[in-house]
Design a protein around this ligand. Structure first.
Ligand code: NAP
Ligand code: 8YV
Length: 307
């Protein structure tokens, strides 16, 4: 059987299907020259030195749509197919973004604590919250998931605007300048890929433009937002609120961010339901098994689509 290198954890369902077709190796026990296939995830990716050492590598199958932890251009140059799991997680990640927005506006965490602590009985009704209807919501990255977020927000009657590098064929207002868009928004939702082109594009200037009444939601990658600048902006009130599923150095979240009351923090669970992770796992394995069968893959990343 061909030799597969496993990087990071895989689910039992994935293991069962993979064991029937591959000899699975762990990182502490493999012969680099024998490995033809790799299974990994969005967080671990493949270290460049490791990739260089796998002289017979043919496929890297990523469990997740984001592949910023894999050098897809280097893989393409060697004829290695990189695959990912687009579309099957669009609705789940969009739900997470909407959940964060609503939790923040309606102070769900504060009010839950208000009931549990006995403050309701002791002090009377909780302070009022912000209404989430009729907001201007800027989407940074109107791709598969960004569009699903826009669709899912419709019942709250938002004005959707967006920023991407290229204008899309949609009716929403397009901004070619992120700071200008942030200035006009109540909420900025980040859902671009990570990597060099988006590194810290949500900087101090963008957050200042979003302003003291603004809410920043990041469900993309921690690298997209300047985390230190965000802590400063939230601490001194130049940015109102932040709702974060992703961080610069996961799973380490700066203590300053944890101590702030104007944040909602999640442990990178945008796609983290049983149903969606099962669909992602199935596609991750499908790509590997299809390659064994006929040399093709089901969902290559764009850089490797021509291979
Ligand atoms: P996609 O369909 O490729 O959409 C990406 C969008 O970002 C496109 O509209 C693209 O438009 C825009 N974009 C790319 N680079 C940009 C830049 N430098 N400046 C501005 N806009 C840029 O990807 P997707 O499937 O929606 O996934 C998006 C990302 O979400 C993933 O790559 C991943 O990092 C993240 N994600 C997170 C979770 C989670 O658990 N939190 C789960 C799934 C995905 P242009 O090319 O025109 O710029
Ligand atoms: C995964 C993600 O949890 O798909 C992505 O890009 O960020 C998440 O769905 C991550 O890839 C870890 O596997």
């Amino acid at each position: 059987m061909p030799d597969l290198l496993q990087i990071g954890s895989i689910t039992d369902a994935m293991r069962t299907r993979l064991e029937a077709a591959f000899t699975i190796h762990q990182l502490d026990d493999f012969d680099p020259a024998k490995i033809t296939h790799v299974v990994t995830n969005g967080h671990d990716g493949v270290n460049p030195d490791l990739m260089a050492s796998l002289s017979n590598l043919q496929v890297i199958s990523g469990y997740g749509v984001g592949y910023d932890a894999i050098d897809a251009n280097a893989a393409f140059a060697r004829g290695i197919k990189v695959t990912h799991t687009p579309n099957v997680l669009n609705q789940e990640v969009a739900t997470t973004a909407v959940l964060l927005l609503l939790a923040c506006y309606r102070e769900i965490l504060r009010d839950d604590a208000y009931v549990r602590s006995g403050d309701w009985e002791a002090k009377g009704g909780a302070p009022l919250t912000r209404g989430a209807d009729n907001q201007t919501i800027g989407i940074l990255g109107l791709g598969r998931i960004g569009q699903a977020i826009a669709d899912k927000l419709a019942p709250w009657n938002p004005t959707i605007v967006y920023h991407t590098r290229s204008k899309k064929d949609v009716d929403y207002k397009y901004y070619d300048n992120l700071t200008a868009m942030a200035h006009d928004c109540d909420v900025l939702i980040c859902i671009t890929p990570g990597g060099p082109s988006t590194n810290k594009i949500v900087n101090a200037e963008v957050m200042q433009a979003l302003g003291p009444n603004g809410t920043l939601i990041n469900v993309s990658r921690g690298s997209v937002v300047d985390e230190a600048a965000m802590v400063d902006a939230l601490s001194c009130g130049t940015l109102g609120w932040a709702c974060l599923d992703v961080f610069e150095d996961e799973p380490h979240v700066p203590q300053a961010l944890r101590d702030l009351p104007n944040t909602v923090l999640l442990p990178h669970v945008g796609s983290g339901t049983v149903e969606t992770r099962a669909a992602m796992g199935a596609l991750t394995v499908d790509n590997l098994l299809q390659h064994l069968k006929d040399g093709t893959v089901a969902s290559a990343v764009p850089e490797c689509a021509m291979l």
